[in-house]
Design a protein around this ligand. Structure first.
Ligand SMILES: CC(=O)SCCNC(=O)CCNC(=O)[C@H](O)C(C)(C)COP(=O)(O)OP(=O)(O)OC[C@H]1O[C@@H](n2cnc3c(N)ncnc32)[C@H](O)[C@@H]1OP(=O)(O)O
Ligand SMILES: O=CC(=O)O
Ligand SMILES: [Mg+2]
Length: 530
């Protein structure tokens, strides 16, 4: 590193794990320490500002495009950085946790990009966090090949997806590391360890350190990330502007600051992604108390709803005006076990990708290798030999604040089946998450932290508006816990019930279910750590 070590250190509180020492080297921990020392205070202030903004909006303050930055939006002269090597053609991006086998499968999947996910698709057990870093390092070093006991071989092919890493969001902490007696921001751990070990290796391989940034709520959080990148590059002697990052627009407040977010990150920006599931979660969380934001069953809120079309149209228009990629979101259908379910899932995904490609997106996400071909086919049909369609500026897509908030047109009460499904999904997902699995297929759909959040906040919203009564929810809760216990005798039923009660049934809605569940259930401190 080009500067001296921090005077205050990151302290490791976890017991040693298999090969963890290869990631948690003194130099890597010093590097993370530098980042934490520099940014921990600002992160804290920004989290406080999130709470203040939530209170303002709950009290009826209007949400609009910020007046203070009108000049940034009006100035058509600025552009984001040119696409970096490996990021020009992003027609298909596969996402998933950096589990060892899935890492090989994702890199070989035929997708152009693999989003290695420490956020929605990962349950942040310490083993998953450090194991994920090891898998990334081993993949980049091409030493990840393995043969299972059953004889199945996993070998990296010749043409691999470009890696983009999604660190955990600003709201989460990593409690196996401590700085000044306090847990460390998880974003800086995931970003810092990957950057320290892999940034130069990726540059040497002809790519670079690339990221996806989740759950940002405003331009100040984008500025914080940009400053993290500047310092990280400086510390390791990597030229400024080497990092690239795609920001997920997946909160309702960030939808009003898309231009500003691109502007803040412009020297490191790789565009925006329409993170539809967290977006819906954020919308319900932010305006859940208002009757005009009462949403029906999740299955009835599709991407053709006017307020969601407004969001994706604005995203494409904003990106393309600034020379940035606009990347589509996740259709939740995953290939089924039988042929009919498989065909139905593919048809749903095809429709979703067709709409995105026609709207001007430059590529999109899939959750499963079996969906890569359909997404590629659709985008091939629109892009042909062009790597993207950034030149399509979508000046026709005029979107107002009212369009983004016009939820009333799809609002309405849930069906009994919708209530049961949300409870079933939340419970099953919580159980998987507590056991270390952050993404699961349930009832033909991919479920992860974002979709599980929707399930629990919908129940909260329906109870609050009395369109479902507490007795019904408690009866369904008993039924679904019994069904879960019958299917999975090992399920942590008491913990799952308590988590559901705390995060869906209390009058005060917790902002996320993950910090509570993490601190209570996933943290394992070594008794003798010093
Ligand atoms: C809202 C959002 O943020 S979306 C982004 C975050 N969410 C995700 O990334 C979810 C990613 N997807 C997944 O994790 C998985 O596809 C699941 C959990 C939904 C389903 O997984 P499974 O039940 O294992 O699916 P299935 O049995 O069909 O898998 C078949 C093979 O494909 C592999 N596979 C499935 N999905 C992926 C993936 N996303 N990446 C790499 N490999 C994958 C499996 O590992 C398995 O390979 P194997 O036979 O070599 O072990
Ligand atoms: O991260 C993606 C989302 O839809 O949420
Ligand atoms: Mg998300």
């Amino acid at each position: 590193m080009s500067t001296s070590a921090p005077t205050r250190h990151v302290r490791l509180l976890a017991a040693p794990g298999d090969r963890h020492d290869e990631i948690l080297t003194p130099a890597a921990l010093d590097f993370v320490g530098h980042l934490v020392d520099a940014f921990v205070g600002r992160r804290q202030d920004l989290l406080k500002e999130r709470r203040r903004q939530a209170i303002r909006l709950a009290a009826g303050a209007p949400l609009d495009f910020p007046l203070a930055t009108a000049a940034v939006r009006a100035d058509l002269s600025w552009r984001v950085a040119a696409p970096a090597p490996g990021l020009s053609d992003r027609r298909v991006e596969i996402t998933g946790p950096p589990d060892r086998r899935m890492t090989v499968n994702a890199l070989n999947s035929g997708a152009r990009v693999w989003m290695a996910d420490f956020e929605d698709a990962t349950s942040p057990t310490w083993d998953n966090v450090i194991g994920g870093q090891l898998n990334l390092l081993d993949a980049i070093e091409r030493r990840i090949d393995l043969t299972t006991e059953a004889g199945k071989e996993y070998r990296l092919g010749e043409r691999l997806a470009t890696i983009m890493v999604r660190p955990r969001g600003w709201h989460l902490t990593e409690e196996h590391l401590e700085f000044d007696g306090r847990p460390v921001p998880a974003s800086l751990v995931d970003f810092g360890l990957y950057f320290f070990h892999c940034a130069q290796r990726q540059i040497d391989a002809g790519y670079g350190p690339y990221f996806y940034l989740p759950k940002l709520e405003n331009r100040y959080e984008a500025r914080l990330w940009n400053d993290v990148f500047v310092l990280a590059q400086e510390l390791l002697g990597i030229p400024r502007g080497t990092v690239r990052a795609t920001v997920l627009i997946e909160t309702i407040t960030a939808a009003f600051e898309m231009e500003e977010i691109l502007y803040e990150l412009r020297e490191h920006s790789a565009g925006l992604n329409a993170g539809r599931w967290d977006y819906l979660f954020s919308l319900i969380k932010t305006f859940g108390h208002r009757t005009d934001f009462l949403l029906p069953d999740r299955s009835r809120v599709t991407m053709t709803a006017p307020f969601l079309r407004a969001y994706t149209e604005l995203l494409v228009r904003t990106c393309h005006r600034r020379g940035a990629h606009a990347i589509g979101g996740m259709a939740a259908h995953v290939p089924g076990r039988d042929l009919a379910a498989h065909d139905a899932a593919l048809a749903e995904v095809r429709l979703d990708k067709e709409r995105e490609a026609q709207d001007g997106f430059d590529g999109s996400w899939v959750a499963h290798p079996g969906l890569v071909p359909v997404c590629r086919e659709v985008f091939d049909g629109v892009l042909g030999d062009r790597p993207h369609q950034i030149e399509r500026t979508r000046d026709d897509a005029e979107v107002t604040a009212a369009d983004l908030l016009s939820v009333r047109r799809v609002s309405g009460p849930p069906t009994p089946e919708g209530v049961r499904t949300d409870i079933a999904v939340a419970l099953r997902y919580f159980d998987a998450w507590l056991r270390g699995q952050g993404a699961v297929a349930l009832y033909g759909l991919m479920e992860d932290a974002a979709t599980a959040e929707i399930a629990r906040v919908q129940i909260w919203q329906w109870l609050r508006h009395r369109v479902v009564d507490q007795e019904t929810v408690l009866r369904l809760l008993d039924d679904e816990l019994a069904a879960l216990g019958a299917e999975h005798p090992w399920a942590a039923l008491d913990e799952v019930r308590a988590l559901f009660e705390r995060t869906a049934l209390e009058p005060e809605l917790p902002l996320f279910f993950t910090p509570d569940a993490y601190t209570r259930h996933l943290v394992r401190h070594a008794e003798a750590a010093s």
